[in-house]
Design a protein around this ligand. Structure first.
Ligand code: NAD
Ligand code: UGA
Length: 437
């Protein structure tokens, strides 16, 4: 059992905190956002993440998980300090390091005995080296502190499962002592199966960027293949599943869609492009993946216009799904944002529905209508667009929808609606890369 403080109680910090508590450690989750901490203290979970509430409650009750807004005291109380604050993109495309830097300053002020300073936030390669250098102005590495890079690979929507059963845990450090302590905090995983990989700090930082960028590249690739399928009479469903049967390719992340979103792929891709430019090692594949994604998002609007074969002016469009993927309330970089902007720019009217993310999208768009029920959003619509692959959209009552829509146009950007049923009911539809029935 180790005493751990996690700084930043967002998607990653909260899940890491509760996961490490579940592994038997004593964890304090600390955040600068006092409202968030008071919510957590009163049992309210500030984000939607399946399974999170239950596991938080269990660990709070077992006195392994605590919440605090006192950063100084929380640093002093623990031996392992994990940085999990945001690293959003700046307007130049590189990672904004102001939150990480402010945490490092707080650590600097409160380093009174030996601690492991561990970064879980996704940071540019070289950040660990800079943090070690900053702390070394006042303290001795190896005596007062050791540094670890321990990047996180969880996905929103399945974060708890991903954290508790990870494919790999990367521990980047040059200190044997820190490596052993880090292995100890992940001990239950270490005993059953050994997913731990020991690397240098820079290698650990690179593994994170290289992994996210590769997945983004894979999605852009399949999106472009899907677009080509549409023009050559091939079906992306069969193409992707047959490609995936080849173990070297794998069937994961081969689902075409409206372009990838979320708080990570777009920014991490951009950040790696910025690093490669700075180092004068151009990475053409990454720039292509980024460009293909911008094109894919824009293509969804064109598809909608082509489908209804008329101007969107005055047309009511039901947009189903606002989060950047299913099972999350997160709308950061969601393709739905591009779709809504496009419809509004053409003079259309948006009626939006998401089972969870209406509240998050309301912060970005006040001038559209939000509904609590999918059929209320669809009623009287000229067209319907599925943007997120929520399970409830896979089981829509299509005959009912046909009756309540003004015009029977459906654009399914996630390929989740049964085409033969659509066709039988007389819908005019489009999707991504499928042979229409
Ligand atoms: P988030 O925005 O959900 O949470 C960040 C939290 O840090 C916020 O609650 C904020 O109030 C807090 N914070 C900011 N400055 C602080 C300070 N000085 N002291 C204490 N708290 C502070 O971010 P996130 O999605 O959890 O991402 C965090 C990091 O993890 C990013 O670098 C991201 O790239 C990386 N990451 C994210 C995911 C994901 O799925 N979201 C997965 C893997 C890695
Ligand atoms: C992603 C990675 O999958 C995580 O491993 C990583 O830890 C995380 O980024 C991060 O660094 O923050 P996340 O952004 O939560 O996780 O979600 P993904 O499931 O990867 O989806 C990202 C986007 O790609 C979504 O918009 C999704 O709809 C899209 N996507 C995904 C596709 O269009 N097709 C696919 O086959 C898979």
């Amino acid at each position: 059992m180790r005493n751990i403080t996690i700084i930043g109680a967002g998607y990653v910090g909260l899940v890491t905190g509760v996961g490490l508590a579940e592994f038997g450690n004593k964890v304090i989750c600390v955040d600068i956002d006092k409202d968030k901490i008071s919510q957590l203290k009163s049992g309210l979970i500030p984000i939607y993440e399946p399974g999170l509430e239950e596991i938080i409650k269990r660990n709070v009750k077992s006195e392994r998980l605590y919440f605090s807004d006192d950063i100084s005291l929380s640093i002093q109380k623990s031996q392992v300090i994990i940085i999990a604050v945001g690293t959003p993109q700046t307007s130049e495309g590189d990672a904004n390091m102001e939150y990480v830097n402010s945490v490092v300053r707080a650590i600097n002020k409160n380093l009174k005995d030996y601690k492991i300073i561990c970064t879980k936030s996704t940071v540019p390669i070289g950040t660990g080296g800079r943090i070690i250098k900053t702390l070394s102005n006042d303290f001795e590495e190896g005596i007062d502190f050791d540094y670890v890079s321990n990047p996180e690979f969880l996905r929103e929507g399945s974060a708890v499962k991903d954290f508790l059963w990870p494919d790999r845990i990367i521990i980047g450090t040059t200190s044997d002592k820190a490596y052993e302590i880090m292995c100890d905090i992940y001990k239950p995983l270490y005993i059953n199966k050994n997913p731990i990989k020991h690397t240098t700090v820079e290698t650990a930082e690179m593994i994170k960027y290289a992994s996210n960028s590769f997945l983004a590249l894979k999605i852009s690739y399949i999106n472009e293949i899907a677009n080509l399928c549409e023009t050559v009479g091939a079906d992306i469903h069969d193409v992707a599943s047959a490609m995936g049967q080849d173990g070297r390719i794998s069937d994961k992340f081969l689902h075409p869609g409206p372009g990838f979103g979320g708080s990570c792929f777009p920014k991490d891709l951009e950040s790696l492009i910025a690093i490669s430019k700075e180092k004068n090692i151009p990475m053409e594949t990454l720039s292509a993946a980024k460009k293909a994604n911008i094109n894919q998002k824009a293509k969804m609007g064109t598809k909608l216009e082509n489908l209804i074969n008329a101007s969107l002016k005055g047309k009511k469009i039901a947009v189903l799904g606002l989060s950047f993927k299913a099972n999350t309330d997160d709308v950061r970089e969601s393709s739905s944002i591009d779709m809504i902007e496009f419809i509004l720019s053409k003079g259309g009217i948006v009626s939006a529905y998401d089972p969870i993310a209406n509240v998050s999208m309301l912060k970005l768009f006040k001038n559209i209508s939000y509904f609590d029920n999918v059929y209320d959003a669809i009623k009287g619509a000229d067209a319907l667009v599925v943007m997120t692959e929520w399970n409830e959209f896979r089981a829509l009552d299509l005959p009912r929808i046909k009756n309540i829509m003004k015009n029977a146009f459906i654009l399914d950007t996630r390929n989740i609606i049964n085409m033969s049923e659509l066709s039988k009911l007389g819908f005019v539809y489009d999707n991504i890369g499928r042979i229409k029935i």
